[in-house]
Design a protein around this ligand. Sequence first.
Ligand SMILES: Cc1ncc(COP(=O)(O)O)c(C=O)c1O
Length: 445
Amino acid sequence: MLDTPASDAPNDLDSFWMPFTDNRYFKAHPRLLASASGMYYATPEGRQILDGTAGLWCVNAGHGRETITAAIREQAGKLDFAPTFQLGHPLAFQVAARVGALMPADLDRIFFANSGSEAVDTALKIALAYHRARGQGTRTRLIGRERGYHGTGFGGISVGGIVSNRRVFGPGLPGTDHLPHTHDLARNAFSRGQPEHGAHLADTLENLVALHGAETIAAVIVEPLAGSTGVLVPPQGYLERLRAICDRHGILLIFDEVITGFGRLGAATAAERFGVTPDIITLAKGITNAAVPMGAVACRRAIYDSVTGAPGAAAGIELFHGYTYSAHPLACAAALATLDLYRDEALFARARSLEAQWEAAVHSLADAPHVIDIRNLGLVAGIELTPRPDAPGARAQELFRALFDQGLLVRATADIIALSPPLIVTEEQIDTMVAMLRTALTKLA
Ligand SMILES: Cc1ncc(COP(=O)(O)O)c(C=O)c1O
């Protein structure tokens, strides 16, 4: 083993315990990415891989954007780190104001974290703190949804709806409950945009209110469009109904927009795209174009005001929560440069303008072998395949590997392929992706 690798090849595959990875398989069959530019990754051997997933739903402005890199470089030389506990640095306030300006309504009070998982756990804690500050401390129950993904913190896995993320880790937070998911292949297969059926599923929140009592429920958290469990687009009218029920019972509505924030659905937020305003929005990923980790929680002013207290209230720390790296200067520099790019290149509007071609292109695969559903919104698509009876998930994994070898990066979850290219994707590249998918699907057993 070399102390210093002579090339981009790693010198020891054993040491890195890889996240959400079949470590044994990977280390026997490694797939490495060594560099990236624009719409492409390159492998250590120099093979180009078209990025159909914006990394992990995060590189919305494309790879290696020079203005972001320069901003990070410059900031590292100017102020490498500054605590934000009882101190501040100017960029933190600037980023908060810029992010706040992109949020709907008055969700312009911004708490910083370093990832989506931290943003989610922060949002859940803020919800609890809000009710307590208003004298409603019995509201401690948190409600998520089946097939929801809210990261890997104990809060996130407790409200999340993926049993494998939870099974090994004990009971999680007490007093959580879950709404049913909205995926309905029988009635909604091959929907273009929001599916027609399923708004009534929001009404199950009324059942949970009847079961537990509204006075015990703090918040409901959902991904407005669920990404990680296979691109579940909300049925028409569903989010509106959830909003109305939350309002009726004084329950906070949290949208987890870690994936949908910053242009993925052709608007700054899914809230804006769907015209439904939650009370709290969680953000991460695209906030810095993934160049430096950052997460954020956008809250309505009333939440901030309730937790921080009325002017003249007794002084002291109001929310016992935060991270050493909340609003890290390098993340802030990356965020400002990223938000400039989104604005200057009108990338959210670009995503919206590509949506019709994207939709037509992905739905052209409806007759390809194994395909049982295609769904889309914004620059996202899910392609669901018939599972092999003896090996659920294997077919999509094989497709993922075949496409990588062919030069296209997609994401596979269960038997679903998710596509979410950077918002700079061209019409030609969309056609290339779809052609590669057809070839690979045709060869797939
Ligand atoms: C909706 C949602 N919430 C939270 C997370 C967790 O984010 P992170 O991996 O940055 O902790 C993700 C990650 O994909 C996500 O999609």
